[in-house]
Design a protein around this ligand. Structure first.
Ligand code: HGY
Ligand code: MN
Ligand code: MN
Length: 403
């Protein structure tokens, strides 16, 4: 199993990797995404699995009869954030194939269908909404709303799918497919240091913090940077900057997190006062009330700053995921199958398993990340810990699909 893991890791590694930053730029329905999908299909077919793409563009590799029902499904995503790391997503997909290799090596008999998946567009890096593939499948994103999604160049989601050779006409809730699934288990690199602090290679997820993305549009008045008196300016960069500081202040007060990590400026000229400063807020908190209090306070402060500078402000919520509590029974079953005394930990990171938990039993395994760094080229998990994750996933799949 280790050699198959290493080979898959080596094959997938170069796809969509930026030579300059060393990070990944695997955005939905781009060439890098196409190449990741081709890799997935080749691994599936090399194992004699039945390959298919569902109405939402998610990839599936089946062992056994896909229509038999009560299938055990495992996988993750292959897309990335801009200059993301190698492990966020791909570790779950590679580990799924490697766990199957391990189970075949053990000679186990499957009593249920097994499927390995790649859910499309989990990061939402191109169209701004997280977990598009799983949200569509779970019915949390309607076809109509999906058709409204556009990337920074104005290309819509259906246009991007068509240009990539996929038919977007039937995207939407997939009850027929959901009815075939008994449970979904996603293995993911931990995005934090909890396991490093407990000294465990693998952990089990308990919950996902509620989290969302809000777009703040500060509209001022374009003018000459050199000749416009300060008192005459309606500069949107000033309330934006004050709002960024307010976000940190309000998050600290609420025990939440808040990040302005993406900004777009028009006309974006060195010697021009901007007409528009568009900033995206990502905020997350242990409870819905904490999140609501944080974002409400940030927006209130932003409006005061905008008024003070004669700037207009609009705030739009672009993505939201409520608090996810993974169901106890499956979580505890995983703990038992992994030999007990496995740490159970919450996370502030969103996942397809979180979205799917609204419609099917789901659970997550986390693999130790020694630095906790993620969404960065520096993201890393030690090979021994990755192997421990594969063996743990194999134990779980054997217990769920081979008993
Ligand atoms: O943003 C997240 O939490 C996830 O990486 N999509
Ligand atoms: Mn991520
Ligand atoms: Mn992820």
């Amino acid at each position: 199993m280790t050699s198959s893991f290493q080979q898959m890791w080596a094959d997938l590694g170069p796809i969509g990797r930026d030579a300059g930053s060393g990070g990944y730029r695997r955005f939905a329905w781009t060439e890098a995404d196409r190449d990741c999908r081709a890799w997935f299909r080749s691994e599936a077919e090399a194992r004699g699995l039945t390959y298919e793409v569902d109405r939402n563009g998610n990839q599936w590799a089946w062992l056994g009869d896909p229509m038999a029902g009560d299938a055990i499904v495992t996988g993750s995503h292959l897309d990335s954030v801009p200059d993301g790391g190698a492990f966020d997503g791909p570790l779950g997909v590679v580990s799924a194939f490697a766990a199957l290799d391990e189970l075949r090596h053990r000679g186990v008999e499957f009593t249920k269908p097994l499927a390995i998946t790649n859910f499309g567009d989990e990061e939402g890096a191109r169209f701004g909404l997280a977990c598009v593939g799983s949200r569509l499948t779970a019915g949390q994103l309607t076809r109509e709303k999906a058709y409204e999604l556009k990337d920074g160049d104005g290309i819509s989601l259906p246009q991007a799918m068509e240009r990539a050779g996929y038919d977007p006409s039937a995207i939407g809730r997939d009850d027929e497919r959901l009815a075939r699934i008994g449970a979904y288990v996603e293995l993911h690199v931990e995005q934090g240091r909890a396991l490093d602090l407990t000294g465990d290679a693998v952990g089990i997820a308990s919950a996902i913090w509620p989290h969302g993305r809000w777009r703040f549009d500060f509209r001022g008045e374009a003018n000459h940077a050199g000749t416009t008196r300060l008192v005459d300016r309606r500069d949107p960069m000033l309330p934006y900057a004050e709002t960024v500081l307010a976000a940190r202040r309000e998050a600290e007060l609420a025990g939440a997190v808040a990040t302005f990590g993406k900004i777009a400026v028009e006309p974006n000229g060195v010697n021009a006062i901007p007409s528009l400063v568009r900033g995206w807020l990502d905020s997350r908190a242990p409870s819905p009330d904490d999140l609501d209090a944080t974002v409400t306070a940030i927006e209130k402060a932003a409006r005061e700053y905008a008024d003070r500078h004669g700037v207009d402000l609009s705030v739009v919520r672009e993505s939201f995921t409520p608090v996810i509590e993974f169901e106890d029974a499956l979580r505890d079953e995983l703990g038992r199958l992994m030999g007990g005394s496995v740490p159970v930990l919450g996370t502030g990171a969103g996942h397809d398993a979180g979205i799917l938990s609204s419609v099917i039993p789901t659970a997550m395994l986390f693999v130790r990340n020694l630095t906790g760094i993620s969404h960065s080229p520096a993201e890393y998990a030690a090979e021994d810990d990755c192997v421990a994750g594969v063996l743990a996933l194999a134990d779980v799949l054997e217990g769920l699909a081979c008993s």
